[in-house]
Design a protein around this ligand. Structure first.
Ligand code: GLN
Length: 509
C-alpha cells in the first residue's frame, strides 16, 4: 500500500522493507497530479512514462538487493530552472519554449544516479524573478491552502507540488529566497545550502554569485536526505566547494529528540517590526519561547547592514541577470521571431524575439542591470552594492561569533492574493527582506513551517541561518524545532490544511 501523505523517509523505509514498490509510489504521485494539478498548476511538464520506467528499474534493483541510495525509488519533482535530458527546460519563459537540453544538470544527474524517478518539471516565475510564480509565462501556480492565493516564488511550483502531495520531494533554486519563501507560505520545508555546497552546473543562471539549488520537502529529515544526494563537490562548477560534508540525514536524526540545550540562538533585530504581519510575529515569538523551553539560550543580535540588503540585491541581481540573459538571442535556443518586412537583419530578429519572448519583469531587470553596469554608473551603483555586500558578510561573521544560529520569520507576511502585488514590483520585492542577506553572504538557511497566523489561518515560516559550511546545524536544530512544533500541533502543520490537501483520491492503491 502506498500513501501519498507519507514522508520521503517513510517511503524509503517502506521500499527497503519491501512493503511497497517504486512503481506504486510513482503511480500514486502521478494519479494525485492528474487529480489536483488542474487546480494547483504546480507542473509545467509531467513525464509519466519516464518516471514509471525509472521506477520499474528501481524496483528491479531493490529486488536484486542493490539500491543506489536510501531514496532509490522515491519520486521527485524538479524546478524548471535545471536542465534535463528528455524533458523540456523553459525557466517559465516563452523564450525557451520547447527547448530540450542536451545535458542533465549535475543535481539532476545525481538524482538519477541515486535512483529517484523524476515526475516532471515545476512552474516558476520567469527566470526565477519573482515571489509569487505569477511571472511564469505559462500561468500562475496556486497555493494548495487557498487557491486564490500565491504559493510564493520563484519556486512556487516545487513548494505547491510538495504541499499538495503531488510529490514527496522537489528541487528548488534560491537566489534571494525562492526556496525558503515558498516554503514559508505553503507550510513546507525549504533549504538553501551554503553557496558552493550544491553544484550549479546546469542550473540556468539568474545571478551566478547568488544562485543555489536545494531541497523542498515536507520534513527536515527529508530535506537532509535529499541534500545528501545532491550535494558535494562537482568539478563542472568552478564555485563548487571541494570538501567532505557530514551526513545531513544523521544531523537531522540527532536533532529529532527535540533537545536544544547548549545551543545559542540569535534573533535578528532588524528582521522584525513595522510592516511585519502581527500573526507571523506572534508565531515567531512562540517558537522562540519553545526553543528556550527546550534548553536554548536566546539573545538578540543586531545586523545593522541588513537594512541595505534589498537595495544591494536589486543592483547585483539585475546586473548579473542582464549579462546572463544576453545569450537568449534567437540564434542558440528556443524561440525565434521574424519581424515584419523582407530580409530582416540578425539584430532585428534578436530584438523581435527578445521583445516577444521575455515578460515585463525580466525586461525590467535587464534594463536596470544594464544601467547599473554602464560606464559612469558602475562605481556609483554596482560598486557600492558590492561594498554593502561585504558589510552584510561582516555582520554575519560578527553575529556567528556570539551565536550558533540566527533566526527570523522567513517572510514578512503569509500568502497574499493572486494579483495583489503584480503591478507593484517594490511590494513584491519586499517579500524577500529576510531571505536575501543569506544569498548575499553565501550562508545556508532553512525555512520551517511555523504555525498559522491568527488573522488569516495561513502558514507562516521560521528561518534558521548558520555560518557557511555549517549546513548540518540547520538540520540538527531544524529537526529539534520540528519535533517541538509537532508536539504542540499534534502532528505536521500540513495536516491542518483545508480540503484540497486532504483529498485522498489516488492516495492509496
Ligand atoms: N524573489 C526574489 C527575486 O525576485 C528571489 C528570486 C530567487 O530566489 N530566485 O529576485
Amino acid at each position: 500500500m502506498s500513501d501519498i501523505r507519507q514522508t520521503a523517509a517513510q517511503m524509503a523505509a517502506a521500499l527497503a522493507a519491501g512493503e511497497v514498490t517504486s512503481v506504486q509510489l510513482t503511480q500514486a504521485a502521478l494519479d494525485r497530479i492528474a487529480a489536483v494539478d488542474g487546480q494547483v498548476h504546480a507542473f509545467l511538464h509531467v513525464d509519466a512514462a519516464g518516471a514509471l520506467e525509472q521506477a520499474a528499474a528501481s524496483d528491479a534493483r531493490r529486488a536484486g538487493g542493490t539500491a543506489l541510495s536510501p531514496l532509490d525509488g522515491v519520486p521527485i519533482a524538479v524546478k524548471d530552472a535545471l536542465t534535463t535530458t528528455g524533458m523540456p527546460t523553459t525557466c517559465g519563459s516563452k523564450i525557451l519554449e520547447g527547448w530540450v537540453p542536451p545535458y542533465d544538470a549535475t543535481v539532476v544527474r545525481r538524482l538519477r544516479e541515486a535512483g529517484l524517478p523524476i515526475l516532471g518539471k515545476t512552474n516558476m516565475d520567469e527566470f526565477a524573478m519573482g515571489s509569487s510564480t505569477e511571472h511564469s509565462a505559462y500561468g500562475p501556480t496556486r497555493n494548495p491552502w487557498d487557491l486564490d492565493r500565491i504559493p510564493g516564488g520563484s519556486g512556487g511550483g516545487s513548494a505547491a507540488a510538495v504541499a499538495a502531495y503531488e510529490a514527496p520531494l522537489a528541487i528548488g533554486t534560491d537566489t534571494g529566497g525562492s526556496i525558503r519563501q515558498p516554503g514559508a507560505v505553503t507550510g513546507t520545508v525549504g533549504v538553501k545550502p551554503t553557496y558552493g555546497g550544491v553544484s550549479r552546473y546546469g542550473l540556468v543562471a539568474l545571478a551566478n554569485s547568488l544562485d543555489q539549488a536545494g531541497p523542498v520537502t515536507r520534513t527536515v529529515l527529508d530535506s537532509a536526505m535529499l541534500h545528501d544526494v545532491i550535494g558535494g563537490h562537482d568539478p563542472l562548477d568552478s564555485t563548487s566547494i571541494d570538501q567532505e560534508w557530514p551526513s545531513f540525514a544523521d544531523a537531522a536524526r540527532e536533532g529529532a529528540g527535540g533537545d536544544l540545550s547548549g545551543v545559542k540562538v540569535g534573533v535578528i533585530t532588524e528582521l522584525s517590526g513595522e510592516g511585519w504581519q502581527p500573526g507571523v510575529m506572534t508565531r515567531f515569538q512562540e517558537s522562540v519561547d519553545l526553543m528556550v523551553k527546550a534548553g536554548a539560550e536566546v539573545v538578540e543580535v543586531s545586523c545593522p547592514s541588513f537594512v541595505h540588503a534589498m537595495a544591494a540585491y536589486y543592483l547585483i541581481l539585475p546586473a548579473e541577470a542582464s549579462s546572463n540573459l544576453a545569450k537568449f538571442d534567437a540564434m542558440r535556443y528556443g524561440l525565434r521571431v521574424w519581424p515584419e518586412g523582407d530580409a530582416p537583419s540578425a539584430e532585428e530578429v534578436m530584438r523581435a524575439t527578445r521583445d516577444a519572448g521575455f515578460g515585463d519583469e525580466v525586461k525590467r531587470r535587464i534594463i536596470l542591470g544594464t544601467y547599473a553596469l554602464s560606464s559612469g554608473y558602475y562605481d556609483a551603483y554596482y560598486g557600492q552594492a558590492q561594498k554593502v555586500r561585504t558589510l552584510i558578510s561582516r555582520d554575519f561573521e560578527a553575529a556567528f561569533e556570539q551565536v550558533d544560529v540566527l533566526v527570523s520569520p522567513t517572510a514578512p507576511t503569509t500568502a497574499f492574493k493572486l494579483g495583489e502585488k503584480l503591478d507593484d514590483p517594490l511590494a513584491m520585492y519586499l517579500n524577500d527582506l529576510a531571505t536575501i542577506p543569506a544569498n548575499l553572504a553565501g550562508v545556508p538557511g532553512i525555512s520551517l513551517p511555523n504555525g498559522l497566523a491568527a488573522e488569516d489561518g495561513l502558514p507562516s515560516g521560521l528561518q534558521i541561518l548558520a555560518p557557511a559550511l555549517a549546513d548540518d546545524r540547520l538540520y540538527r536544530i531544524g529537526a529539534a524545532l520540528e519535533t517541538l512544533h509537532e508536539r504542540e500541533w499534534g502532528g505536521p502543520l500540513l495536516a491542518q490544511a483545508p480540503a484540497l490537501v486532504e483529498q485522498t483520491e489516488g492516495e492509496t492503491r
